[in-house]
Design a protein. Sequence first.
Length: 447
Amino acid sequence: MNSKTSFSIGAVNIGGTNPVVVQSMTNTDTNDVAASVAQAMRMVAAGAQMVRLTVPSLQEVPAMQAIRDRLREDGIMAPLVADVHFNPKVAEAMASIVEKVRINPGNYVDKRSFRQLDLSDAEYNAAVERMGQRAEPLFGICKEHGTALRLGINHGSLCDRIVSRYGNTPLAMVQSALEWVDICEHYDFHKVVISMKSSNVHTMMESTLLLHQKMEERGCTYPLHLGVTEAGNGIEGRVKSAAGIGALLLMGVGDTIRVSLTEAPENETPFAHKLVRAVQQLSPEDCIIHDHVLECTSEEEDYETWMAQCAALTGYACYNHAIKDVRLANPHFGTACCAELEATILQACRIKMSKTEFIACPSCGRTQYDIQSVLAKVKERFSDYPGLKIGVMGCIVNGPGEMADADFGIVGASHGSVCVYEGKKRITEAVSVEEAMRLLENLLKTK
Ligand code: SF4
């Protein structure tokens, strides 16, 4: 089971039998060219083979050109990826500047406002056709410049049309991807990478595997980019990513990966490379299951490699065998360490929830507050609510949709302020972080 389509994105080959490519994304303001160049250089030095930057509007396009030129002048040849939401004109402008453009099919033309749409088949098909017509100029520019396109499907930002018909489900994510595959193929455009991201490990795996199966049935296996989105930080973020990405790599699925962490972007790639190497040492036969309990016995001395392997095996076992528990044993790490990792892995795979689940985005150039320190504070104060999900998101544009299954959320507004959400409902205007923490505390007292 492997992607068959392969092509180059700048100097990097992906898909087919090429090695898995590790990428990451900046979180600087893209208009701050010096800061973005410096961060991209640190990321490449840390192992990023592709660098993504957010391009929220046409305003950032000249900055992207300057960033690209500065990096190339300094000999940094890593392909750049423009992350585009909501505005086809931005995607069209970027397609002649960078090596890859990521669009979100959920908001390229369609929109998400959590409304149920009751469309007839004719209305539904007309909407898909309109989307294709709007995308036509982008394909022309991509073809002219050899630019690749990533169809970045996010569970949290599917459009109303898709959700109304298929629910907010892995199948809906696959339908969204396949609509765009059809559109790309209609315009004879094949330099396509697809990602199916979710903060839920199981959803991310199910949608990716279903898409992979559908592509194989159609005889068109485009490269897949893997990631668990809003995974958070620290051990929890790494374990969640390893459970989803690692399990899929173990099944032979995946061509590029990103470990998204709410940390400095240059922290993502060392662990991502370690994860790829860790999974290469495994096989599905390493899943030893007795009475619905996965038993992982290892003599691996490197903690992160061991952690990645245990998480990948659990993600795999959880998806394929409905396990209820995990037992870890390793002579290099004590019983308490094993027990702690067991609990973190079980939580990441939502097998046993022993503490609050935090859904936190890695942040990007849209973020206007110190999300890393706020996440640390939120984790310190609100960790003891097993089963509860709290979102900490960088921006109000994409944050509320992306953390849609969180019970509560703190979402960045402007200039250091945030809004508090209860479910999908915003319950404050922009307030200070301290005020938001107080509000969240009061809300939790009443639960
Ligand atoms: S939710 Fe986070 S990562 Fe996504 S666009 Fe907003 S700030 Fe960027």
